[in-house]
Ligand binder design. Structure first.
Ligand SMILES: [Mg+2]
Length: 278
């Protein structure tokens, strides 16, 4: 197949529509017309062979789904509704048109289930598979859940058990929960690099410290250390001054900005760091 034939196939698979998307795949740019009441949030995430996944270990459709799910998790963490996404992919010598179609099918099945439209992207080739997923979401003006709103005495919650990618089956972006937390949570982030690292980010942004003083919910088969530090959980981590849905794990306190303790012991940020782990 040629590149244009492959793009035509992908275009036929992309059935989700979104209000405001005036022009989608097929021109030089997509055109999106937002309403006056909303604001738009944007995120982009790289998904790289041998960094985030191994080609031999994974099914193409599962990988495509995961590539989109990672970016949708960021949209969930803002309390936003995903509207459209741009999906760019570089094939490697070990992947072919059939693999690409399966990869897209996996992503587009998830896109359909959460009603986000594919608005464009790019196809190229490289020594290894490179995928970049840009998602645009929308949220009512001024209502996005940010990292910098946590206040002393807020309770810290997670949306589910932690333990890292190797103990989980699939990523379930917490979009519905994120939207329910709008107007209720004071701050939110998704756990992509590990609880210790992402909670520290939230605390640093908010100028506060955190005490984890309750048992951590741990994914079956994972250790406490993995629940604290392993990456790619994609659960939401958020704070609230009143009761909200989720699993309470501690509270926000005054103290050295970004300091985290678990049962009284200091917890350094030992989650995933692309500069340390290369
Ligand atoms: Mg994130």
């Amino acid at each position: 197949v040629t590149e244009d034939e492959l793009i035509a196939r992908i275009r036929r698979l992309a059935t989700s529509r979104t209000r405001g998307l005036e022009l989608g795949i097929g021109d030089d740019c997509a055109i999106f017309r937002p309403s006056a009441r909303e604001e738009l949030v944007f995120t982009t995430d790289l998904f790289l062979e041998d960094i985030h996944f191994r080609l031999a270990e994974s099914d193409a459709a599962a990988l495509g789904r995961r590539a989109l799910a990672r970016s949708l998790s960021d949209i969930a963490a803002m309390g936003a509704r995903p509207r459209f996404f741009l999906f760019s992919l570089a094939l490697s010598p070990r992947t072919d048109a059939g693999w690409v179609e399966k990869f897209y099918r996996g992503a587009l099945a998830l896109a359909k289930s959460v009603k986000v439209a594919l608005a464009g992207g790019d196809l190229s080739h490289s020594g290894r598979v490179v995928c970049d997923v840009m998602v645009c979401g929308s949220v009512a003006r001024g209502k996005a859940l940010r990292r910098d709103g946590a206040r002393p005495d807020d309770v810290i919650y997670v949306s589910g058990p932690l333990g890292g990618w190797q103990h989980r089956g699939e990523i379930e972006p917490r979009l519905e929960l994120g939207r329910r937390l709008v107007g209720k949570a004071t701050a939110a982030i998704d756990i992509s690099d590990g609880l210790s690292t992402d909670l520290r980010r939230l605390c640093v942004a908010s100028g506060v410290a955190a005490e984890l003083d309750r048992p951590l919910p741990v994914v079956e088969g994972a250790s406490l250390d993995e629940a604290l530090h392993a990456g790619e959980d994609y659960e939401l981590l958020y704070t609230a001054g009143r009761h909200v849905p989720g699993i309470p794990i501690g509270r926000i306190v005054r103290g050295r900005r970004g300091k985290i303790t678990f049962m009284g012991l200091n917890v350094p940020p030992r989650g995933y760091d692309h500069l340390r782990h290369r």
